[in-house]
Design a protein around this ligand. Structure first.
Ligand SMILES: [Zn+2]
Length: 294
């Protein structure tokens, strides 16, 4: 990878510039006290990280409280650089490259990326599919005479999308399907029910159709092509992964893709997400990786 291509196209020469950017992302309409909702504060400069003391209740609001950076000792410039790199729609970033580019240990880079991915996962899960929804079974992993002997690492997925009236998919989810919901290669009813409950907005009229047989003549080719692209991106960026990490990376892929389909700048959206999503503790990351199914 050409590391010179990894320089951000924006200028954050100082920590102060980064704090201003984070302030804008966290409070785009001006300061709001997290305790009482008051809109005016004094800035306290005596600490390395800025504090905002509320005029009304005197609560000291930390700029990084409630963000993915909370509790991290890593320089905020490195965090913003990592957010820029993970926002790249052409490649994303893996921990090995990130550690080289921003000069942190591999473990620190890995943890930063996991925290950013957790925020993406939250965003994907709270963004329910609605209206016309189409869902198709797909697979991650190289086929190995798939009709006779499935590859041991092959993982079943649901690729799902909200469709426009024109038939164009406009919002995607790819969810790792536990093998307990499969029976002779077909998805059990409990598997589709759970997906609908967790990922489809049923408060309004919804037209949902599942294709649960791999070689169905009615399969949704547009959706399957996206699942294949996501698998190729994972293999290229992370050199293939095991089932534990699959959901995390599929969510990352869909997060960027969905913003792109809405013509929304990924970096600015990711910055806002990072500034408004609480950091996930290491123990939760490990626990989550032990169970990656939807
Ligand atoms: Zn207050």
């Amino acid at each position: 990878m050409d590391l010179t291509m990894m320089t951000p196209p924006f200028n954050f020469p100082t920590e102060t510039a980064c704090f201003e950017t984070l302030f804008q992302a966290k409070w785009p309409n001006g300061f709001i006290c997290s305790r009482c909702g008051h809109r005016h504060a004094y800035q306290i400069h005596t600490r390395r990280l800025p504090l905002y003391e509320c005029h009304a209740c005197r609560y000291q609001n930390s700029l990084i409280a409630g963000t993915v950076m909370e509790g991290s000792r890593t320089d905020i410039r490195k965090w913003l650089h990592a957010i820029f790199l993970i926002s790249r729609t052409d490649s994303g970033i893996n921990a090995k490259h990130l550690s080289k580019i921003i000069r942190v240990t591999y473990k620190t880079a890995w943890l930063m990326l996991q925290k950013l991915r957790h925020a993406m996962n939250q965003a994907i899960d709270s963004d329910l599919l609605s209206g016309i929804v189409r869902v198709n079974i797909a697979h991650y992993g190289r086929p190995h005479c798939p009709i006779i002997v499935p590859h041991p690492q092959r993982q079943p997925l649901f690729i799902a999308a909200t469709m426009k009236e024109t038939g164009e998919p406009c919002r995607f989810k790819i969810k790792h399907l536990s093998k307990e919901y499969l029976n002779d290669g077909l998805v059990r009813r409990t598997g589709t029910q759970l997906f609908t409950e967790q990922h489809v907005d049923q408060t309004a009229n919804v037209d949902i159709e599942y294709i649960t047989a791999r070689f169905s003549p009615r399969r949704f080719h547009r959706l399957l092509a996206v699942a294949a692209d996501a698998g190729r991106w994972i293999n290229l960026t992370f050199h293939g992964i095991g089932p534990k990490h699959l959901q995390t990376y599929m969510d990352e892929y869909c997060y960027r893709l969905n913003l792109t389909l809405r013509d929304t700048p990924v970096f600015h959206n990711m910055l806002r997400l990072s500034a408004t999503t609480a950091a996930v503790p290491y123990s939760v990351i490990i626990q989550k990786l032990a169970c990656s199914y939807y």
